[in-house]
Write a protein that binds this ligand. Structure first.
Ligand code: PEP
Ligand code: MG
Length: 756
């Protein structure tokens, strides 16, 4: 069929469908008419519509061509037969010889054995499959792309009937028979710990599309053009605004919007869908549904994040089309204590919300390395991610409990659940107060061993914790966050301004700046890189720094400038061989020479060190220790490389334990070698922030630990309740269960009143 003819055909049938939709009759009668029209229009002997019912079943609701007695009798499971396969994959299917397909499931009551070819599409709404629309022919017909497209467009109209609640209750169409009005417990993945209760705020709620079928295609295309232009200039204006913080936190998100908003392929597909007879807003939805259905199977987090961007842009476009353009979230209307629920979101979008009232975040997607999770950790907001279909189950204003510790979300909890959560929140707050009371007391064990407790931070908003916690200093300043939250490389001046503020706020307390640890899961939107099979083991951290020396030089220059007259501690990440350390250290010397030659003010002292996080370095320790001023063990990366277990993969997150004999032996060796060489050593991985992990480390000889601010109070309380000598005696004899010493260590803590 000619493309033009297909579009005209699609418009014709859509007009007839519109009349059916607008006419009198029940939803069932309308459905019966629709299958008749479609069968005639597509010259198919059969057109059938299956609707999703409770229990993940698809029920034949209407048919033209199959035996009428099969209606409401034939039921298939999602995934069963070809119709079930279409629902399971959310993808169209077109087969000239359906019966020879391995998924074919014959239902005698339908009498469909005489039909050879089959074309079916999912009936989608908001990324969910509400049913399947199928046509069949007696002959071995080869359905073309245009015909599949036309059937998809018709399925959009059917989605309206299916979602109306007139055929089956919308509750039935929820996955797993969840009841939207009852408390619902959903599992997810922990993106940040903590507990919160608040009312749901739906991040960019879906725009309700009232008109689906276009009255006048030319007028509709013009609407699309105008809305696109309006949206693009609104984004440009936002970007040009000078009151957006210079740190550029909003810029990367807006820049991505701009890129998507101007994407020709995307706009072209929307225009094509309009030419097929849809209104502009329905066309934008159709393209989005289609893309989402295609990409939702993708496991690549990068693709998932891009899908989130595309959804935001489609939403913006629809808002422009429906005369409701996006404005800054109207904070005044938000509840006193709220939980943001979103498919996914960028870090800047999270920062848009009033931090005092934002209590928690629930995402349908998201990964521990996602920027939104990074920012949420800095804000100390609990986040549960990968909560399947939460947006379909939650209504704005619903009470939501976010339990980041156990990665659970409860929607519309009963009163006793709310009370229990609130009681736990109070206990935590009480504990925080107790920890705050420890602030000015020394971090010292009962037998008098002083432990330096430091903070891991990465943003200015983290700095008040230094005073609040009474930390010794900053053991790890992750400089990459400033780079990640921007749309371009920060200049030397911008970098040094940030570092200066950090040093100013730290006062006499030591600060260890780590040079850029980008690459891996920490990508800079503005830095082109080749896609990598194993980014965690790819071009990252000091490897990038040495290949792009200008980047490293600028950063070191910024450190030196910021630390004029003060102590400067610089640490290089992901060093795998001594040469890498030497080369990076050499760049630091060159930059110091440069300042010296120019008569500038040098730091009062310069110390350089390396992260110990690549196993190969462990067998080069004597050489390394003779060169560095200090080392810091990064157990997060060290663990992932020792166990060959991706640290961002939730599936294996609990599989290996840093309290296993293997890891403890490695850590003990490091401590022994460093002590032998008389070199200061610290540990700044997550293990240091777990009271049990920190206890084990102290037993192994670690005296300098650096951790996230939220862990500080707990670890300090542990330190002050510990008798190190007894612990060392215990460790010398304790064997554990071969896999982990966790249980033995916990028992030890309980038996000896160590607060963990
Ligand atoms: C580590 O790897 O343990 C570490 C502290 O660094 P990051 O988590 O930033 O990789
Ligand atoms: Mg690391």
């Amino acid at each position: 069929m000619e493309p033009g003819a297909a579009a005209a055909g699609s418009r014709r049938v859509l007009r007839r469908l519109r009349d059916v939709m607008a006419g009198a009759g029940t939803a069932q009668q309308k459905l019966d008419q629709v299958v008749r029209i479609v069968a005639a229009d597509m010259v198919a002997e059969v057109c059938s519509c299956y609707i999703r019912r409770a229990g993940d079943l698809l029920e034949l609701f209407a048919t033209e061509g199959l035996r009428p007695e099969a209606v409401h009798r034939t039921r298939l499971r999602i995934g069963e037969g070809l119709v079930g396969a279409i629902a399971a994959t959310a993808r169209p299917l077109a087969l000239a010889e359906a019966q020879s397909h391995p998924d074919f499931a014959y239902r005698p009551e339908t009498g469909e054995e005489v039909y050879h070819s089959l074309m079916g599409v999912p009936i989608l709404r908001g990324g969910r499959v509400l049913g399947v629309l199928v046509v069949q022919n007696r002959t071995q017909r080869h359905y073309g792309e245009e015909e599949i497209e036309a059937l998809q467009t018709i399925a959009m109209v059917l989605a309206e009937i299916a979602a109306s609640g007139d055929l089956v209750s919308p509750v039935e169409q929820q996955p797993g028979e969840g009841n939207v009005t009852l408390p619902t417990r959903l599992d997810g993945v922990r993106l940040n710990v903590g507990l919160a209760v608040g009312q749901a705020v739906l991040h960019q709620p879906r725009v309700a599309i009232r008109r689906i079928v276009a009255e006048d295609i030319a007028a509709e295309l013009e609407r699309l053009r105008q809305a696109t232009t309006a949206m693009q200039s609104a984004i440009d204006e936002l970007l040009a605004q000078t009151d957006i913080p210079a740190s550029g936190e909003h810029h990367d998100v807006l820049e991505t919007y701009r890129m998507f908003a101007a994407d020709r392929g995307w706009l072209q597909r929307i225009a094509d869908a309009v030419r097929g007879g849809l209104t502009a807003e329905a066309a934008a939805q159709r393209v989005l549904d289609d893309t989402r259905a295609r990409l939702s199977q993708a496991t690549d987090p990068y693709i998932k994040e891009r899908l989130a961007d595309l959804e935001d842009v489609a939403n913006r476009l629809q808002r422009h089309l429906t005369g409701n353009p996006v404005t800054a979230a109207s904070q005044a209307e938000l509840p006193e204590e709220f939980v943001v629920v979103a498919r996914n979101m960028g870090p800047a979008e999270l920062l848009d919300y009033d931090r005092r009232r934002l209590k928690g975040v629930v995402l349908e997607e998201g990964s521990p390395g996602a920027h939104v999770a990074v920012v949420a950790r800095a804000l100390d907001v609990p986040v549960v991610g990968r909560v399947k279909d939460v947006l379909l189950r939650v209504e704005a204003g619903d009470v939501v409990v976010v339990d980041g510790d156990d990665a659970i979300v409860v929607l519309r909890p009963s009163d006793d659940i709310v009370q229990a959560a609130q009681a736990r929140i109070q206990v935590r707050q009480g504990r925080q107060q107790q920890y705050a009371a420890l602030k000015d007391l020394p971090a010292q064990t009962k037998d008098g061993i002083a432990i330096e407790l430091n903070l891991n931070v990465g943003m200015l908003i983290d700095l008040p914790y230094l005073d609040e916690a009474g930390a010794h200093g900053i053991g790890l300043f992750r400089t990459e966050l400033q780079f990640m939250l921007r749309d371009d490389f920060p200049t030397v001046a911008q970098q040094s301004a940030l570092y200066r503020r950090v040093l100013d706020q730290a006062g006499d307390r030591p600060v260890t700046f780590r040079t850029l640890d980008i690459g891996g899961d920490k990508l800079l939107p503005y830095m082109a890189g080749e896609p990598e099979e194993n980014p965690a083991m790819g071009w990252r951290a000091v490897r990038i720094a040495l290949d792009r020396p200008a980047l490293l030089r600028q950063q070191l220059r910024a450190f030196i400038r910021a630390a004029a007259g003060k102590r400067l501690r610089v640490m290089f990440p992901m060093v795998a061989v001594i040469d890498e350390y030497d080369a990076a250290r050499e760049v630091l010397s060159l930059e110091l020479d440069r300042v010296r030659k120019r008569g500038g003010v040098l730091p009062s002292a310069v110390e350089a060190g390396a992260m110990l996080e690549v196993p190969a370095l462990l067998w080069q320790l004597p050489d390394l220790l003779s060169r560095v001023d200090f080392v810091s063990v990064g157990t997060n990366d060290l663990m992932q490389f020792l166990f060959a277990a991706d640290r961002g993969n939730a599936r294996i997150a609990e599989r290996y334990d840093y309290l296993s004999p293997a890891v403890l032996r490695v850590l003990a060796d490091i401590a022994r070698e460093c002590n032998g060489a008389g070199k200061p050593f610290a540990l700044c991985g997550e293990m240091a922030g777990d009271p049990l992990g920190a206890m084990a480390l102290i037993g192994l000889g670690y005296r300098n630990l650096s951790m996230a601010p939220r862990s500080f109070g707990r670890v300090k309380a542990m330190v002050r309740s510990l008798d190190c000598r007894i612990l060392c005696d215990f460790l010398a004899t304790c064997g554990g269960d071969g896999k982990s010493l966790r249980v033995s260590l916990r028992n030890f803590a309980q038996d000896h009143d160590v607060t963990i």
